[in-house]
Design a protein around this ligand. Structure first.
Ligand code: IMP
Length: 428
């Protein structure tokens, strides 16, 4: 009975895919349990670079069982595209991929709703979603009456469900302005398209909750692969500038059906700095030459949407909060090499709010918007480190930087990454 979780502790894009890929060797099953095709994981395997959105990174090892659990929202077209793309490049995708019949399905109306409704949130700022229909699909899941799960695609009343829902959605869409350019939904066309998707996915569809419970109870080693980061968690993140699922550690059980008591290790992934895509407060953001330097060095552009990521200093207040929230045991610090040329590096150790120093992460986004980060300045190391393979070989200032992050967050650093390749990874 053992399960490991890999979760991002910032606003996503912490390079979780690389750590999942490395840990996969020691696990029997890799599970995606929340989010959808808003996530983008880059995995370098066999000298080739793969971009995955829904398929767990364990897919490159044929002996590993990959599972897309019920907490995920599925865009079937994108999933099929991913599966076919992998097969075309020689990766085996067959019985080694199971998809939950409980996963909710994204339909064309969800894309339309994402486009129409992400106009503004609080203070007139848009959430800046990935426009992949994620929020609208989760909204329908919670609302229930307009929701369709993958298992429903194989039921006799599937055609009727599509007809009912498209009628309801068309009624809502008709109230939008002509300038919103809405194309009303065609039930027959959508049914035909999704019946085709259902056929293509059929061999993968299963009750993954039962499968995972049987597996974990019989001693199989599970690896949970979080998508996005903890600060984007719907309940515990920087609401409303979040995604619509539990992207912190709290989502593992609800998304997969596997109780928390089976989780024996939680690895929290952080970048050596911070990035964020989309709207919302970001106290340590460097909207200046330093931020641009980090963006250029770290190639900080969205995997899914290609948007430039907002870049800034490491925020230990935020990560201390998410490490505690996720029950994190150890940290993996990624992209340390990106900071190599900087003469000095700042780390946010506390915030100032209304003239008072605070050490906690504010629960209300308006307070987070008003905080002033309090920085500690550490000396940089100003030499390239991508070719180094042992932590002991890192320049003293790089080791001091890692020690300070660990101390501030309150968790040991177990892994340090200095480049995209597997070999560019150091273990304590
Ligand atoms: P949504 O998940 O498309 O609804 O987008 C909600 C917010 O989460 C936006 O700020 C997105 O930029 C952000 N987001 C969603 N997925 C990711 C991700 O994989 N990495 C980083 N940010 C993400």
């Amino acid at each position: 009975m053992a399960a490991t979780c890999v979760i991002g502790l910032q606003w996503g894009d912490e390079a979780k895919g690389k750590i999942v890929d490395i840990l996969t060797e020691r696990h029997d099953i890799v599970v995606r349990y929340q989010g959808g095709a808003n996530a983008g994981h880059t995995v370098v395997y066999g000298g080739q670079t793969f971009k995955l959105s829904l398929v767990p990174s364990g897919i490159f090892r044929p002996q590993v069982q990959c599972v897309i659990a019920g907490g995920v929202v599925l865009n079937p077209a994108s999933l099929i595209g991913e599966i076919e793309g992998l097969k075309a490049r020689g990766v085996k995708v067959g019985e080694n991929l199971l998809i939950s019949d409980r996963a909710h399905v994204i339909f064309p109306w969800h894309f339309e709703e994402d486009r129409l409704l992400d106009v503004q949130c609080t203070s007139g700022e848009a959430i800046g979603t990935t426009l992949r229909g994620i929020g609208p699909c989760y909204r329908d899941k919670v609302g229930r009456s307009h929701a369709i799960r993958l298992g429903d695609l194989y039921r006799d009343n599937f055609r009727d469900r599509i007809a009912q829902i498209t009628a309801a959605k068309n009624q809502i869409f008709s109230s939008f302005k002509a300038s919103d350019n809405i194309k009303l939904l065609d039930a027959a066309k959508i049914h035909a398209e999704y019946a085709g998707f259902a056929e293509k996915l059929k061999s993968h569809v299963a009750d993954t909750t039962a499968f995972l419970l049987d597996s974990v109870e019989s001693g199989k080693r599970l690896l949970f692969e979080g998508a996005q980061g903890s600060l984007l968690d719907i309940d515990h993140g920087t609401f409303p500038f979040v995604t619509s699922s539990n992207s912190s550690g709290v989502g593992v059980s609800s998304g997969s059906g596997v109780p928390g008591r089976h989780i024996t290790k939680v690895v929290g992934i952080v970048k050596a700095y911070t990035t964020r895509v989309g709207g919302g407060p970001f106290p340590t953001e460097q909207d200046n030459a330093t931020g641009q330097h980090i963006r250029d060095r770290g190639n900080e552009y969205g995997t899914v949407t290609k948007r430039p990521r907002r870049c800034g200093w490491f925020d230990a207040v935020a990560v201390r909060y998410t490490a505690r929230l996720g029950g994190v045991d150890v940290l993996a610090v990624m992209l340390l090499d990106v900071l190599s040329q900087l003469p000095e590096i700042e780390v946010c150790t506390a915030y100032e709010l209304d003239g008072r120093r605070i050490a906690h992460f504010p629960s209300h986004v308006d307070d987070l918007r008003r905080v002033r980060p309090i920085y500690e300045t550490l000396p940089g190391w100003q030499t390239e480190i991508s070719d180094l393979r042992r932590i002991a070989d890192l320049p003293a200032n790089a080791r001091k930087y890692l020690d300070r992050l660990s101390q501030l967050v309150g968790r040991p650093v177990e892994v340090v990454s200095v480049g995209p390749d597997r070999e560019q990874t150091m273990f304590v």
